[in-house]
Design a protein around this ligand. Structure first.
Ligand code: DUC
Ligand code: ZN
Ligand code: ZN
Length: 485
């Protein structure tokens, strides 16, 4: 009889704050001991030369979700979670999306029933609120928050999803009073639709005009407005998928002013530019997402934001649509930019991209990488310390990372259903060798070993803050934006 189920021996452990050599022992799906000479185990993994990281937490992905224009994402909860696992992510937070007229409770039930039999990694759901009726605000939302649905996204753009400022204030107040976090897609809808109409009137419908119709000013104006609305009612707000330097600056200023404002960015804003939308024919449609990728200088500003405390969370915003009539080209092979489903895939490459180009190229420390991709999202969304940490008692969710493994990305090596990757041809150094979810080795030798439905729904609890309570400690040593002085 062994002491433990699993020992990971001889690796270098990295958390959001420390890097040290230790073995990890696992029992009943949890980390049972950290140290050396821990005893015997049913299975021992030699992690010599590998980094042992908390499994990634992807806090923003659209999986088995129908868009407001009734296009389903290419991934269901099986393919999406498999793809995430191969990329070193062991927990994801997809959306249970409300379309206007729907009951939130039914939306949640539907998402859960779809996900439970399919997911191979653990999960929790954010809500999307597009119809904040009196019934939703007064009854459904408070009840769902009490049941652990403690985060929700709202949109300031997209005709069928957007809420106005008054509705936003209502949602922020319900979030504050019930201990939840609001996430916002911040782009000015009037600016986008005004430019779009003028472009289309003049016959400019190619994919590249998607970027023209979503200018930086639309993003920064909405970001600043959202921050002021949250400030007015003292609510916690996270700005998702930030691409514009001016929006990043507004977030940083708000954080330095002590507001409960958080920021998220994504791979597409580090590795793609608006020029990608200008590829031959409809190729550019593969890169159409909102907000759109900007330019090289904006990429640099987003990297800076990852270092200086503007962004706490690095998510994929995985929104996979195939390049056919089921997805991006629902409106035909010559669809205008306004008719294209918005989104790019990214669940599987989120960690390898940030590790290779961030840690590998000296832009981020290993500990910052762990904080951005696992620990901070777990803390902000109420999953910590169970997820996002390497502590005794935490779930044994581990990614055993080979920092020297060099591979060139081709779509064939990935496991999602999008049919393409925007990152085709990039060579990255640093990939996961083993992925462990609650003590189960689910990826090994580039092979999946996980049953459909073996992922668990991780229940969260609302955070009822006492008056004057502090926000989660993410990195107390950080001097936000000191590099800008
Ligand atoms: N924009 C969104 O708001 N959601 C999904 C993907 C995208 O591009
Ligand atoms: Zn969005
Ligand atoms: Zn999104």
């Amino acid at each position: 009889m062994s002491d433990f189920d699993l020992i990971v021996r001889g690796g270098t452990l990295a958390t959001a704050s420390e890097t040290f050599a230790a073995d990890i022992a696992v029992r009943d799906g949890r980390i049972a001991a950290l140290g050396t000479d821990l005893g015997t185990a049913a299975r021992v993994i030699d992690a010599g030369g590998l980094l042992v990281l908390p499994g990634g937490v992807d806090a923003h992905c659209h999986v088995e979700q129908m868009s407001s224009t009734r296009i389903w994402t290419a991934d269901d909860f099986h393919s999406g979670s498999v793809s995430a696992a191969f990329g070193g992510t062991t927990t994801f937070l997809p959306f249970a999306a409300q379309h206007r007229g729907q009951s939130l409770r039914e939306v949640v039930k539907d998402a859960e029933e779809r996900c439970a039999p399919k997911a191979v990694i653990d999960y929790a759901f954010h809500l999307i609120i597009s119809d904040p009726t009196a019934q939703v605000l007064g009854q459904e939302l408070p009840a769902l928050i009490a049941d652990g649905y403690t985060s929700f996204k709202v949109y300031m753009t997209y005709d069928l999803l957007k809420i106005d400022d008054r509705q936003m204030l209502d949602v922020l107040c319900v979030a504050r009073e019930n201990g939840a976090t609001t996430m916002v897609h911040a782009e000015n809808n009037e600016v986008i639709s005004w430019i779009s109409e003028r472009l289309l009137d003049r016959g400019y419908g190619a994919p590249k005009y998607h970027a023209v119709s979503h200018p930086r000013i639309a993003e920064s104006e909405a970001t600043s407005r959202a921050i002021q609305l949250a400030r007015l009612v003292d609510a916690r707000l996270l700005i998702v998928h930030v691409s514009a330097p001016e929006a990043a600056a507004a977030i940083l200023a708000a954080r330095n002013a002590g507001l409960k404002i958080y920021g998220e960015t994504c791979p597409q804003y580090l590795f793609l530019t608006a020029e990608d939308l200008d590829r031959e024919g409809m190729e550019g449609a593969k890169f159409c997402c909102s907000p759109p990728p900007r330019d090289k200088a904006a990429q640099d500003a987003i990297w800076q934001g990852l270092r200086n405390g503007t962004f706490q969370v690095f998510s994929s915003d995985h929104a996979p649509y195939r390049m056919d009539a089921s997805g991006k080209l629902k409106h035909g092979p010559n669809a205008t930019f306004k008719q294209l489903a918005n989104g790019v895939p990214g669940l599987e490459l989120r960690l390898p991209l940030l590790f290779s180009e961030g840690v590998g190229k000296g832009r981020l420390s290993l500990n910052e990488f762990v904080a951005l991709t696992a620990t901070n999202p777990a803390k902000i969304y109420g999953l910590h310390p169970r997820k996002g940490s390497l502590a005794v008692g935490a779930d044994a969710d581990l990614t055993l990372w080979d920092p020297t493994w060099k591979r060139t990305i081709t779509y064939d090596m990935l496991h999602d259903n999008a049919g393409y990757t925007p990152y085709e041809g990039m060579t990255l150094t640093g990939w996961p060798r083993f992925v462990v979810s609650r003590g189960r080795v689910i990826v090994e030798d580039e092979t999946l070993n996980a049953e459909r439905g073996s992922g668990d729904h991780i229940r969260r609890a609302p955070e009822i803050a006492a008056p004057g309570a502090r926000e989660p400690e993410l990195d107390p040593a950080r001097n936000f934006g000191a590099d800008l002085l």
